[in-house]
Design a protein around this ligand. Sequence first.
Ligand code: BEZ
Ligand code: FE
Length: 291
Amino acid sequence: MTSESGYFTESLSDKVVTARNAAAQDPRLKQVMEVITRKLHEAVKEIEPTEAEWFRAIMFLTETGHTCTDWRQEFILLSDVLGVSMLVDAINNRKPSGASESTVLGPFHVADAPELPMGADICLDQKGDPMLVHGRILDTQGNPIAGAKIDVWQANDEGFYDVQQKGLQPDFNLRGVFRTGADGSYWFKGVKPKFYPIPDDGPVGKLLAALGRHPFRPAHLHFIIEAEGHARLVTHIFDPDDPYIASDAVFGVKESLMAEFKPVFDPAKTKAAGFTSPYFDTEFDFVLAPA
Ligand code: BEZ
Ligand code: FE
Protein backbone atom coordinates (compact mmCIF):
# COMPACT_ATOMS: atom_id res chain seq x y z
CA MET A 1 0.00 0.00 0.00
CA THR A 2 1.34 3.46 -0.83
CA SER A 3 0.54 6.87 0.59
CA GLU A 4 -1.18 7.76 -2.73
CA SER A 5 -3.93 5.23 -1.96
CA GLY A 6 -5.01 7.52 0.88
CA TYR A 7 -5.40 4.68 3.38
CA PHE A 8 -3.66 5.12 6.71
CA THR A 9 -0.91 2.77 7.85
CA GLU A 10 1.37 3.04 10.85
CA SER A 11 4.53 2.97 8.79
CA LEU A 12 3.38 5.52 6.16
CA SER A 13 1.38 7.69 8.57
CA ASP A 14 3.05 11.07 7.91
CA LYS A 15 3.17 10.53 4.15
CA VAL A 16 -0.55 9.69 4.02
CA VAL A 17 -1.39 12.89 5.88
CA THR A 18 0.99 15.10 3.85
CA ALA A 19 -0.33 13.69 0.54
CA ARG A 20 -3.80 14.83 1.59
CA ASN A 21 -2.51 18.44 1.71
CA ALA A 22 -1.34 18.38 -1.93
CA ALA A 23 -3.86 20.99 -3.08
CA ALA A 24 -2.93 23.58 -0.44
CA GLN A 25 -2.86 27.03 -2.05
CA ASP A 26 -0.24 28.58 0.19
CA PRO A 27 3.17 26.97 -0.46
CA ARG A 28 4.56 28.16 2.88
CA LEU A 29 1.64 26.61 4.78
CA LYS A 30 2.13 23.41 2.79
CA GLN A 31 5.83 23.33 3.70
CA VAL A 32 5.19 24.10 7.38
CA MET A 33 2.54 21.37 7.65
CA GLU A 34 4.76 18.85 5.87
CA VAL A 35 7.64 19.43 8.29
CA ILE A 36 5.43 19.53 11.39
CA THR A 37 3.55 16.40 10.36
CA ARG A 38 6.81 14.52 9.69
CA LYS A 39 8.41 15.56 13.00
CA LEU A 40 5.25 15.05 15.07
CA HIS A 41 4.64 11.55 13.69
CA GLU A 42 8.32 10.74 14.28
CA ALA A 43 7.98 11.88 17.91
CA VAL A 44 4.79 9.84 18.46
CA LYS A 45 6.45 6.76 16.94
CA GLU A 46 9.44 7.14 19.25
CA ILE A 47 7.40 7.87 22.38
CA GLU A 48 4.59 5.36 21.70
CA PRO A 49 2.17 7.13 24.06
CA THR A 50 -0.64 5.21 25.67
CA GLU A 51 -4.08 6.60 24.86
CA ALA A 52 -4.27 7.96 28.42
CA GLU A 53 -0.96 9.78 27.94
CA TRP A 54 -2.09 11.29 24.64
CA PHE A 55 -5.32 12.48 26.28
CA ARG A 56 -3.24 14.03 29.08
CA ALA A 57 -1.24 15.93 26.46
CA ILE A 58 -4.49 17.12 24.84
CA MET A 59 -5.80 18.25 28.24
CA PHE A 60 -2.54 20.11 28.92
CA LEU A 61 -2.98 22.10 25.69
CA THR A 62 -6.68 22.61 26.48
CA GLU A 63 -5.79 24.03 29.89
CA THR A 64 -3.10 26.20 28.28
CA GLY A 65 -5.77 27.69 26.01
CA HIS A 66 -8.22 28.18 28.87
CA THR A 67 -5.54 30.07 30.83
CA CYS A 68 -5.18 32.68 28.05
CA THR A 69 -6.94 36.00 28.61
CA ASP A 70 -6.56 39.49 27.12
CA TRP A 71 -3.53 40.01 29.37
CA ARG A 72 -2.19 36.47 29.85
CA GLN A 73 -0.79 34.46 26.93
CA GLU A 74 -0.03 30.98 28.25
CA PHE A 75 0.96 29.65 24.80
CA ILE A 76 3.72 32.28 24.52
CA LEU A 77 4.85 31.27 28.00
CA LEU A 78 4.94 27.64 26.81
CA SER A 79 7.01 28.70 23.79
CA ASP A 80 9.31 30.62 26.17
CA VAL A 81 10.01 27.72 28.54
CA LEU A 82 10.55 25.33 25.60
CA GLY A 83 13.28 27.66 24.28
CA VAL A 84 11.32 28.23 21.06
CA SER A 85 10.81 31.97 21.63
CA MET A 86 14.58 32.41 21.93
CA LEU A 87 15.19 30.23 18.87
CA VAL A 88 12.77 32.28 16.73
CA ASP A 89 14.41 35.43 18.12
CA ALA A 90 17.89 34.14 17.20
CA ILE A 91 16.85 33.17 13.65
CA ASN A 92 15.23 36.55 13.00
CA ASN A 93 17.80 38.80 14.67
CA ARG A 94 21.21 37.62 13.47
CA LYS A 95 23.42 40.65 14.11
CA PRO A 96 26.63 41.80 12.47
CA SER A 97 29.73 41.60 14.62
CA GLY A 98 29.85 44.31 17.29
CA ALA A 99 26.08 44.93 17.36
CA SER A 100 24.19 44.35 20.62
CA GLU A 101 22.35 41.04 20.79
CA SER A 102 18.60 40.72 21.17
CA THR A 103 16.55 38.66 23.58
CA VAL A 104 12.87 37.91 24.34
CA LEU A 105 10.33 40.74 24.45
CA GLY A 106 8.26 39.10 27.22
CA PRO A 107 4.61 39.83 27.96
CA PHE A 108 4.96 42.99 30.06
CA HIS A 109 5.78 45.68 27.50
CA VAL A 110 3.14 48.40 27.13
CA ALA A 111 2.99 50.44 23.94
CA ASP A 112 2.07 53.81 25.39
CA ALA A 113 4.58 54.44 28.19
CA PRO A 114 5.21 58.16 28.74
CA GLU A 115 8.10 59.96 27.05
CA LEU A 116 10.24 61.42 29.87
CA PRO A 117 13.03 64.00 30.02
CA MET A 118 16.50 62.43 30.01
CA GLY A 119 17.57 61.68 33.58
CA ALA A 120 14.03 61.14 34.90
CA ASP A 121 13.31 58.61 37.66
CA ILE A 122 11.02 55.88 36.33
CA CYS A 123 10.31 54.65 39.88
CA LEU A 124 7.09 56.43 40.86
CA ASP A 125 6.60 54.96 44.34
CA GLN A 126 10.09 55.37 45.90
CA LYS A 127 10.31 51.64 46.64
CA GLY A 128 13.52 49.66 46.14
CA ASP A 129 17.24 50.41 45.98
CA PRO A 130 17.95 53.44 43.77
CA MET A 131 19.92 52.87 40.59
CA LEU A 132 21.36 55.05 37.85
CA VAL A 133 21.47 53.49 34.39
CA HIS A 134 23.53 55.25 31.74
CA GLY A 135 25.49 54.72 28.56
CA ARG A 136 25.44 55.49 24.86
CA ILE A 137 23.56 54.37 21.78
CA LEU A 138 26.14 53.75 19.04
CA ASP A 139 26.30 52.44 15.48
CA THR A 140 28.62 49.58 14.54
CA GLN A 141 31.34 52.12 13.58
CA GLY A 142 31.25 53.51 17.15
CA ASN A 143 29.46 56.76 16.18
CA PRO A 144 26.83 58.08 18.61
CA ILE A 145 23.23 57.89 17.39
CA ALA A 146 21.24 61.06 18.02
CA GLY A 147 17.44 60.88 18.30
CA ALA A 148 17.38 57.19 19.26
CA LYS A 149 14.19 56.18 21.09
CA ILE A 150 14.81 54.12 24.23
CA ASP A 151 11.79 52.32 25.67
CA VAL A 152 12.66 50.79 29.06
CA TRP A 153 10.65 48.74 31.56
CA GLN A 154 11.44 46.72 34.65
CA ALA A 155 9.82 44.89 37.56
CA ASN A 156 9.75 46.48 41.03
CA ASP A 157 11.85 45.38 43.99
CA GLU A 158 9.32 42.61 44.73
CA GLY A 159 9.50 41.23 41.20
CA PHE A 160 6.20 42.56 39.83
CA TYR A 161 5.52 44.77 36.80
CA ASP A 162 2.99 47.59 37.20
CA VAL A 163 0.53 45.77 34.91
CA GLN A 164 0.57 42.78 37.30
CA GLN A 165 -0.31 44.98 40.27
CA LYS A 166 -2.86 47.47 38.97
CA GLY A 167 -4.04 49.62 41.87
CA LEU A 168 -1.05 48.56 44.01
CA GLN A 169 1.63 50.20 41.84
CA PRO A 170 1.13 53.55 40.08
CA ASP A 171 0.30 53.19 36.37
CA PHE A 172 3.48 53.27 34.25
CA ASN A 173 5.65 52.61 37.30
CA LEU A 174 9.17 51.63 36.26
CA ARG A 175 8.71 52.30 32.56
CA GLY A 176 9.47 55.23 30.30
CA VAL A 177 10.61 56.39 26.89
CA PHE A 178 13.74 58.52 26.42
CA ARG A 179 15.36 60.11 23.37
CA THR A 180 19.09 60.57 22.93
CA GLY A 181 20.63 63.95 22.17
CA ALA A 182 23.51 64.70 19.79
CA ASP A 183 26.10 62.69 21.75
CA GLY A 184 23.97 59.51 21.77
CA SER A 185 24.09 59.28 25.55
CA TYR A 186 21.22 58.28 27.83
CA TRP A 187 20.69 58.19 31.57
CA PHE A 188 17.75 57.57 33.86
CA LYS A 189 17.00 56.45 37.40
CA GLY A 190 15.22 53.25 38.41
CA VAL A 191 15.56 50.62 41.13
CA LYS A 192 17.96 47.70 41.26
CA PRO A 193 16.07 44.80 39.69
CA LYS A 194 15.63 41.44 41.41
CA PHE A 195 14.91 37.96 40.08
CA TYR A 196 11.23 37.09 39.73
CA PRO A 197 9.11 34.10 38.69
CA ILE A 198 7.33 34.01 35.33
CA PRO A 199 3.58 33.51 35.90
CA ASP A 200 3.64 29.95 37.28
CA ASP A 201 0.10 29.40 38.57
CA GLY A 202 -1.07 27.84 35.27
CA PRO A 203 -0.29 24.69 33.26
CA VAL A 204 3.17 25.98 32.20
CA GLY A 205 4.12 26.48 35.86
CA LYS A 206 2.89 22.94 36.64
CA LEU A 207 4.96 21.59 33.75
CA LEU A 208 8.10 23.35 35.06
CA ALA A 209 7.52 21.91 38.54
CA ALA A 210 7.00 18.42 37.12
CA LEU A 211 10.27 18.78 35.21
CA GLY A 212 12.13 19.83 38.37
CA ARG A 213 12.65 23.33 36.96
CA HIS A 214 12.27 26.65 38.80
CA PRO A 215 10.21 29.48 37.24
CA PHE A 216 12.68 32.33 37.87
CA ARG A 217 14.17 34.90 35.53
CA PRO A 218 17.42 36.54 36.69
CA ALA A 219 17.31 40.28 37.45
CA HIS A 220 17.10 42.36 34.28
CA LEU A 221 15.88 45.55 32.62
CA HIS A 222 14.06 45.46 29.28
CA PHE A 223 14.87 47.78 26.38
CA ILE A 224 13.49 48.44 22.92
CA ILE A 225 15.81 50.80 21.04
CA GLU A 226 14.82 52.34 17.71
CA ALA A 227 16.65 54.81 15.48
CA GLU A 228 16.18 55.76 11.85
CA GLY A 229 18.40 53.76 9.49
CA HIS A 230 19.02 51.10 12.15
CA ALA A 231 17.52 47.74 13.02
CA ARG A 232 15.14 47.79 16.00
CA LEU A 233 16.76 46.19 19.04
CA VAL A 234 14.66 44.29 21.60
CA THR A 235 16.90 43.30 24.47
CA HIS A 236 17.68 43.22 28.21
CA ILE A 237 20.61 43.94 30.45
CA PHE A 238 21.25 41.39 33.19
CA ASP A 239 22.85 41.29 36.64
CA PRO A 240 25.70 38.75 36.33
CA ASP A 241 25.64 38.18 40.13
CA ASP A 242 22.04 37.01 40.14
CA PRO A 243 21.50 33.48 41.58
CA TYR A 244 19.48 32.49 38.47
CA ILE A 245 21.82 33.98 35.84
CA ALA A 246 22.78 30.53 34.50
CA SER A 247 19.27 29.02 34.63
CA ASP A 248 16.83 31.62 33.26
CA ALA A 249 13.43 29.88 32.95
CA VAL A 250 13.04 31.28 29.41
CA PHE A 251 16.69 31.01 28.21
CA GLY A 252 16.93 34.77 27.58
CA VAL A 253 20.43 35.37 29.00
CA LYS A 254 23.36 36.13 26.71
CA GLU A 255 26.95 36.67 27.81
CA SER A 256 27.14 40.00 25.94
CA LEU A 257 24.14 41.43 27.85
CA MET A 258 25.70 41.35 31.32
CA ALA A 259 25.90 44.75 33.00
CA GLU A 260 27.57 45.55 36.29
CA PHE A 261 25.42 46.95 39.11
CA LYS A 262 28.10 48.78 41.14
CA PRO A 263 27.17 50.07 44.60
CA VAL A 264 28.22 53.72 45.12
CA PHE A 265 28.63 54.89 48.73
CA ASP A 266 30.68 58.08 48.20
CA PRO A 267 28.43 60.94 49.44
CA ALA A 268 29.85 63.39 46.87
CA LYS A 269 29.08 61.03 43.99
CA THR A 270 25.68 60.22 45.49
CA LYS A 271 24.82 63.92 45.65
CA ALA A 272 26.15 64.60 42.15
CA ALA A 273 23.93 61.82 40.77
CA GLY A 274 20.92 63.37 42.53
CA PHE A 275 20.42 60.67 45.18
CA THR A 276 20.16 61.14 48.94
CA SER A 277 21.44 57.63 49.78
CA PRO A 278 23.90 55.10 48.28
CA TYR A 279 22.86 53.87 44.85
CA PHE A 280 23.76 51.32 42.19
CA ASP A 281 25.54 52.55 39.08
CA THR A 282 24.97 50.63 35.85
CA GLU A 283 26.69 51.59 32.61
CA PHE A 284 25.83 49.90 29.31
CA ASP A 285 26.36 50.95 25.69
CA PHE A 286 23.97 49.59 23.05
CA VAL A 287 25.21 49.15 19.49
CA LEU A 288 22.54 49.15 16.75
CA ALA A 289 22.99 47.18 13.53
CA PRO A 290 22.25 48.96 10.24
CA ALA A 291 18.65 48.59 9.01
C1 BEZ B 1 9.85 39.07 31.11
O1 BEZ B 1 11.04 39.20 31.26
O2 BEZ B 1 9.16 40.05 31.34
C2 BEZ B 1 9.28 37.74 30.71
C3 BEZ B 1 9.77 37.08 29.61
C4 BEZ B 1 9.24 35.86 29.24
C5 BEZ B 1 8.22 35.29 29.99
C6 BEZ B 1 7.73 35.97 31.10
C7 BEZ B 1 8.26 37.19 31.48
FE1 FE C 1 11.10 40.90 32.55
